[in-house]
Design a protein around this ligand. Structure first.
Ligand code: ADP
Ligand code: MG
Length: 232
């Protein structure tokens, strides 16, 4: 279980509070207006900023003492996920070994991950020679290989068209099923949330609300979500 316990995050005068649990293995969307603190919340879980109050726990372990690389977390940002000077295979290999000195068995795992995302023939291409969708799949393959229990996605497919985005979401869903990962995914598209997430956290007005069942939430949205959706 992921626990945000009496949590407060601040940037100057800006604050976000959260006091909630997310069950292990859940697939959860994080939805709310621009500037609400979605990226900040994921960054705090990943260890890029320290809370000003409260704790972040995974399976009852306080993550505060763990550096970002030691946390049980893979995070995918909206962009800049790949190193431009490295090939697809090398970018994926970084998920296993930051120094890229891979054993034969590890190289085989990289090849397998490339195949898993449909890029078996693109191992030696650098990001500039890949489409946006292919780049996204390389980043996903790296996350797949890291197989950390918590997968945090910060609108990683926002630049893709609807068909490709749906394909990527389905891939994320199947990766999570296979690895048992707990997913927390920022999206500004309710359709994305409904496609992949059984639960949704609404964030706004300085607070991240406890996760609710996605279908029920969108069937009868609370005022903050209504405002966001523009349906009030
Ligand atoms: P979202 O991802 O929901 O759009 P962010 O988490 O990026 O929102 O930002 C939340 C608030 O924190 C915004 O008011 C933003 O300007 C501010 N903020 C984000 N990152 C920083 C930072 N590194 N330093 C200062 N303020 C920041
Ligand atoms: Mg953001």
């Amino acid at each position: 279980m992921l626990t945000l316990e009496n949590l407060r995050l601040t940037h100057g005068d800006w604050t976000l509070e959260a006091d909630l649990n997310l069950a292990a293995g859940a697939r959860c969307a994080l939805i709310g207006p621009s500037g609400a603190g979605k990226s900040t919340l994921l960054g705090a879980i990943a260890g890029f900023m320290a809370p000003t109050r409260g704790r972040i726990l995974w399976q009852a372990q306080d993550l505060a003492q763990l550096a970002p690389g030691e946390r049980p977390v893979s995070i995918l940002f909206q962009d800049n996920n790949l190193f431009p000077h490295l090939t697809a295979a090398q970018n994926i290999g970084l998920g296993l070994r930051p120094n890229l000195r891979l054993s034969t068995a590890e190289k085989a795992r990289v090849a397998e991950a490339l195949g898993r995302v449909g890029l078996a023939d693109y191992a030696d291409r650098k990001p500039a020679a890949l489409s946006g969708g292919q780049q996204g799949r390389v980043a996903l393959a790296r996350a797949l290989l890291r197989a950390r229990p918590l997968l945090l996605l910060d609108e990683p497919f926002a630049a893709l068209g609807p068909a490709l985005r749906a394909e990527m979401l389905d891939l994320v869903a199947s990766i999570c099923s296979e690895t048992g990962a707990t997913l927390l995914m920022v999206s500004h598209d309710p359709g994305d949330a409904r496609r992949i997430a059984d639960q949704t956290i609404v964030i706004g007005d300085g607070r991240a609300a406890p996760p609710q069942k996605t279908e029920a939430l969108f069937a009868d949205p609370p005022p903050a979500l209504r405002r966001y959706l523009g349906t009030n």
